[in-house]
Write a protein that binds this ligand. Structure first.
Ligand SMILES: Nc1ncnc2c1ncn2[C@@H]1O[C@H](COP(=O)(O)OP(=O)(O)OP(=O)(O)O)[C@@H](O)[C@H]1O
Ligand SMILES: [Mg+2]
Length: 195
């Protein structure tokens, strides 16, 4: 089982969106996938709750840590994490094979990113772990355009860019529309995960 976790010390950057998107594209490709919600506020759980009311069944389950221990035969476990709990962040990172760090465009966002990088640097990560940064809520402006080069200069690999689109918000608790899933596939492909 490959563990893919989505982490950031900052709130509201798109951890839950990226977790759900990655789980969806893996599940839709036929892999056995679970999405583990390590957020005590349960944002990924809320997604599942919404889905039960929707028409299209999700190609993955959302589970809590307890169910997780009893799950066997998974190909992928995608882990959504809370922003303000360094213990959960580091514990999750330690057990992960792929780490995805979403961030938003903006100068101040870089400082917050360092907190996440610092937290990860304190952990003994799995051998061969893959780390990728996902730029989220990208717009057609100079601030967004500057983000990619800035990250690359720091040696932080950008594996996908997600544009700002109200359709992501509207998808809450349901399938993300197909035309909005390419960034999740791209992130996985860039990190060597085959769909
Ligand atoms: N690319 C996007 N375009 C438009 N809205 C977005 C986008 N990404 C995220 N959002 C919206 O921004 C909000 C925060 O996203 P999300 O819940 O995924 O972040 P998070 O990092 O999981 O937050 P938290 O730290 O609170 O768990 C949500 O309302 C979500 O719908
Ligand atoms: Mg969340």
């Amino acid at each position: 089982m490959k563990v893919i976790s989505v982490l950031s010390r900052k709130g509201g950057v798109g951890k839950t969106l990226v977790s759900v998107g990655v789980a969806q594209v893996l599940g839709a490709a036929g892999h056995r996938v679970a999405l583990l919600d390590r957020d005590p506020e349960g944002s990924a759980m809320g997604w599942q709750h919404g889905a039960q009311k929707g028409e299209v069944p999700l190609p993955y389950q959302v589970i809590g840590p307890i169910e997780a221990t009893s799950m066997v035969g998974l190909d992928f476990l995608v882990v959504d994490t809370p922003p303000n709990d360094i213990r959960i962040l580091q514990d999750t990172a330690r057990q992960s094979h792929v780490l995805l760090v979403p961030l938003l465009p903006g100068a101040g966002e870089m400082d917050r990113l360092q907190e996440t990088v610092q937290a990860l640097s304190e952990v003994e990560l799995q051998q061969g772990v893959q780390l990728g940064f996902v730029l989220n809520r990208m717009e057609h402006d100079n601030v967004s355009a500057a983000m990619g080069p800035t990250l690359e200069q720091l040696g932080y690999p950008v594996v996908a860019q997600i544009r700002k689109a109200v359709d992501y918000q509207r998808a809450f608790g349901n399938m993300i529309p197909a035309h909005l899933t390419p960034p999740f596939k791209e992130a996985l492909t860039n990190l060597g995960v085959h769909l």
